[in-house]
Design a protein around this ligand. Structure first.
Ligand SMILES: Cc1cc2nc3c(=O)[nH]c(=O)nc-3n(C[C@H](O)[C@H](O)[C@H](O)COP(=O)(O)OP(=O)(O)OC[C@H]3O[C@@H](n4cnc5c(N)ncnc54)[C@H](O)[C@@H]3O)c2cc1C
Length: 343
């Protein structure tokens, strides 16, 4: 692979720090890389594969470090010492590492930003928009000097292009292994007893890399009791597909599922690799919480609804019948009982 355009060594720069797990990127990784103008350090496990899977990279460095956050923060402090802006996705690992990295570098932490950029000056600084009050308020923050920022998943405004957008998607991206100086260890590091994967049925929807969502069309013609059974089934089918169940506000307002499942401007913002919409019209208030899913599948009887218009794959069919068939093929218990099947 060839070398990327090398910025002037005195330029204040931005870099993303991304923690991979077994080569899997966390949600929000691509956004963080974009916000940093394409420069990224990938650590964790399977870091090289994860770095190669990133899009929008101009210069990627990677190191297989495992995840010992205290030791990792100390090692990374040296690597990012010259970067004015350090951006981490607000994924679980990103939220764990960012405050440690801020402490190790002696920088302020701006948590849950939707945008951040380097401000040129003497000294160079960071300007960010941080999201507060359950995403109902955006607060501008200016820091004179370097800062560490976590970027809210899916919150980056569409079309917002970060530090050096002209470099995004450059065919000249360069990749290099990074030597962080031997096995990372820190006597103060808590002992890792076991690493438990999140329960797909109850995990925070914002952290899900696959989301299967239901809307009013999934339960068309059913009463509230039977509709609740269908949404219970949706949770099981989503988990069998390696994902979490989401819903529209129509579904949460009706009480068919909990409010923590609601995706949209007044609900959770998600940014999955795969978003499957079952009987969802695709209203702006719903898609406003969708981030930039890599793949969208819409199942709807209306071939021209907005959700299908924005989908990579549109299936024009009855969403409930499709869900029941998926449950049968995936061996998912019909937790809603026999009433789930359409009468
Ligand atoms: C201030 C405000 C904030 C809001 N915030 C949110 C929010 O955060 N999240 C949110 O989701 N909404 C929100 N809404 C509501 C939003 O405007 C829409 O009303 C809502 O998203 C529509 O939900 P839906 O797609 O489930 O239902 P509908 O709009 O009723 O659409 C149902 C869809 O199902 C299809 N359909 C019907 N029968 C079938 C079938 N048998 N099989 C397959 N498809 C079928 C229809 O063609 C249609 O496309 C908000 C509204 C306001 C005013």
């Amino acid at each position: 692979m060839s070398s990327a355009r090398v910025p002037d060594a005195t330029d204040p720069m931005a870099v993303a720090v991304v923690v991979a797990r077994d080569g899997r990127l966390p949600v929000g990784a691509v956004e963080a890389v974009a916000e940093a103008g394409g420069r990224v350090v990938v650590v964790g496990s399977g870091a090289e594969d994860a770095a190669l899977a990133l899009t929008g990279v101009t210069h990627a460095r990677w190191a297989d470090t495992g995840f010992r956050p205290a030791a990792l923060a100390a090692a990374l402090a040296v690597v990012v010492a010259r970067d004015t802006l350090v951006v981490l996705p607000a994924s679980p690992d990103g939220r764990d590492l960012a405050p440690r990295l801020a402490a190790a570098t002696g920088r302020p932490l701006l948590a849950r930003a939707i945008a951040a950029r380097v401000v040129h000056g003497d000294p160079p600084g960071v300007c960010a928009q941080v999201s507060r009050v359950d995403d109902r308020m955006l607060v501008p923050v200016d820091v004179r000097g370097p800062a560490v920022v976590t970027l809210a998943v899916g919150g980056r405004p569409a079309g917002h292009t970060g530090a050096s957008a002209d470099a995004l998607g450059s065919p000249d991206a360069s990749y290099e292994a990074l030597d962080l100086g031997g096995p990372l260890d820190d006597p103060a590091e808590p002992e890792l007893v076991a690493l438990l994967e999140p329960d797909l049925q109850t995990m925070d929807l914002a952290d899900a890399s696959r989301v299967v969502a239901g809307g009013a069309g999934l339960v068309a013609g059913l009463d509230d009791h039977r509709a609740t059974g269908v949404f219970d089934l949706l949770v099981g089918v989503a988990a069998a597909l390696g994902g979490s169940a989401g819903a529209t506000r129509v579904a949460t307002d009706a009480g068919w599922t909990g409010y923590e499942r609601q995706i949209g401007t007044t609900g959770v913002t998600v940014d999955p690799d795969l978003y499957v919409a079952l009987g969802v019209s695709g209203a702006a208030q719903h898609t406003g919480g969708l981030g930039a899913p890599r793949h969208v599948v819409s199942v709807n009887t209306d071939p021209s609804c907005p959700m299908t218009a924005m989908a990579d794959l549109g299936l024009v069919t009855d969403a409930h019948a499709l869900l029941v068939e998926l449950a049968r093929r995936l061996g998912v218990d019909d937790t809603g009982g026999p009433e789930v099947a359409r009468a």
